[in-house]
Design a protein around this ligand. Structure first.
Ligand SMILES: Oc1ncnc2c1N=NC2
Length: 214
């Protein structure tokens, strides 16, 4: 399933209803997913993941930089489940960075930093944790690369799935929210490295884009 579906015509929450860093006032249009809702959704995803993967050693593959906050919170929720159940297994976390060349156009030729040798994945249950999936091209290339190290199985957890025109078939196995095709920031999602210090997932304003344009 596609998680919590946020419609294109939903105006979002007013920023006046939430706390957020003063230095971003004027840079954001609205709140799409408040921090608390992210945490509650993540807690349920952790239970779904443990139901599916909890039978064998898990290796979490965190896709940086955008995925770090979601990964921290998801792993915390999985740990909470593990310390309260009699059937648990060790979990390792590995961090990789994806660089797709040619400016901001995601392309097939994916360069994966920190994933040259993933031979430790052999025979393991691998959980790829990504903040946002758009066209799915990057995810597809990463899956192909990870499969070459013959893990026992691979599942993908994506906090956000964007409804984009030509999105490829590979949707994450665990989806937090399905959102409109608009540039969102916050909860470790950045715009030129800004807004990672914002807790809610918000839509950046035109003036925000101008202010932090490189
Ligand atoms: O909306 C987005 N916000 C931040 N980063 C990315 C986005 N879509 N693909 C990468």
């Amino acid at each position: 399933g596609g998680g919590i579906v946020i419609d294109d015509d939903w105006p979002g929450y007013s920023l006046d209803l939430f706390s957020y860093p003063a230095h971003y006032s004027g840079d954001l249009d609205c709140v799409v997913v408040p921090h608390g809702v992210i945490m509650d959704r993540t807690e349920r995803l952790a239970r779904n993941i443990m139901d599916d993967l909890g039978d064998h050693d898990i290796v979490v593959l965190c896709v940086l930089k955008g995925g770090y906050q979601f990964c921290v919170d998801l792993v915390d929720k999985i740990k909470a489940l593990s310390r309260n159940s009699n059937r648990t297994l060790p979990m390792r976390v590995h961090f990789i960075r994806l660089k797709s060349y040619l400016n901001d156009q995601s392309t097939e030729d994916l360069h994966i930093v920190g994933a040259e040798d993933l031979s430790f994945l052999a025979g393991k249950n691998v959980l790829i944790v990504e903040a946002i999936v758009g066209t799915g091209k990057t995810m597809k290339a990463l899956l192909k690369h990870v499969e070459s190290f013959s893990p026992k199985l691979i599942k993908v957890a994506g906090l956000l799935v964007k409804r984009v025109p030509h999105n490829s078939t590979c949707l994450p196995d665990y989806v937090g929210f399905e959102i409109p095709d608009r540039f969102v920031v916050g909860y470790a999602l950045d715009y030129n490295e800004y807004f990672r210090d914002l807790n809610h997932i918000c839509v950046i304003s035109e003036s925000g884009k101008t202010k932090y344009k490189i």
